[in-house]
Design a protein around this ligand. Structure first.
Ligand code: 5GP
Length: 178
């Protein structure tokens, strides 16, 4: 894997494709055991689109899948600190268990926002699956049920994660070169 230029920044290989696939295989087999035939799976766009696709195609359960769209980085390298709500789910949430599929949990603000949102819609139990997690950045202790990999505080792209909308389609994870 070679380094890659996205706009004005160089990103170097961080987690290779094989490891990403192995992480997703393991998580899929864990999630497939969830004891609920009426689970609602929510893909939190845009960042989790590639991860969620790979994950859910490995799970042979006929679960309803819906999407919602949020934005928090607004094109930069740092979280803006504000979660912008762009598109809500259409599915019925009330009384159901919900699994949120996230690309990365950084401060945990988005997670807290999502918990409040789905509680407000009447969700029974809210579970979260994330490909990546930056434990050192957390400002709250919202629980995460499925974590692919814990990483250091670094800005990463690939597998759905972008830098100013580029890099999402990289089939592995790259990190900003210092
Ligand atoms: P949080 O609300 O947990 O601080 O941030 C979550 C969101 O920030 C993620 O869903 C993602 O969109 C964005 N984010 C956090 N860390 C990174 C990163 O290292 N790279 C990219 N591309 N986005 C990130």
């Amino acid at each position: 894997m070679a380094s890659i230029l996205l706009h004005d920044k160089v990103f170097k290989p961080y987690i290779d494709r094989k490891e990403v696939e192995a992480i997703i295989d393991k998580m899929a087999s864990d999630i497939a055991k969830i004891d609920d035939d009426d689970l609602l799976v929510v893909i939190v766009l845009n960042g989790s689109m590639f991860f969620a696709t790979a994950l859910l195609q490995r799970i042979e359960r006929p679960w309803e899948i819906d999407t919602m769209r949020l934005a928090s980085y607004h094109g930069g390298l740092q979280s803006s600190g504000q979660v912008e709500f762009l598109l809500d789910v259409k599915a019925k949430v009330s009384g159901r268990n919900v699994l949120l599929v996230e690309d990365i949990v950084d401060t945990g603000r988005t997670l807290a926002f999502l918990y409040d949102h789905f509680k407000g819609l009447g969700a029974q139990k809210i579970m979260t699956a994330t490909l990546l997690h930056k434990p050192s950045q957390r400002i709250n202790d919202m629980p995460i049920d499925y974590i692919g990999k814990n990483i250091d505080d670094a800005f990463v792209v690939g597998f759905g994660l972008d830098y100013r909308e580029l890099g999402r389609n990289l089939p592995a994870i790259y990190v900003l070169e210092d």
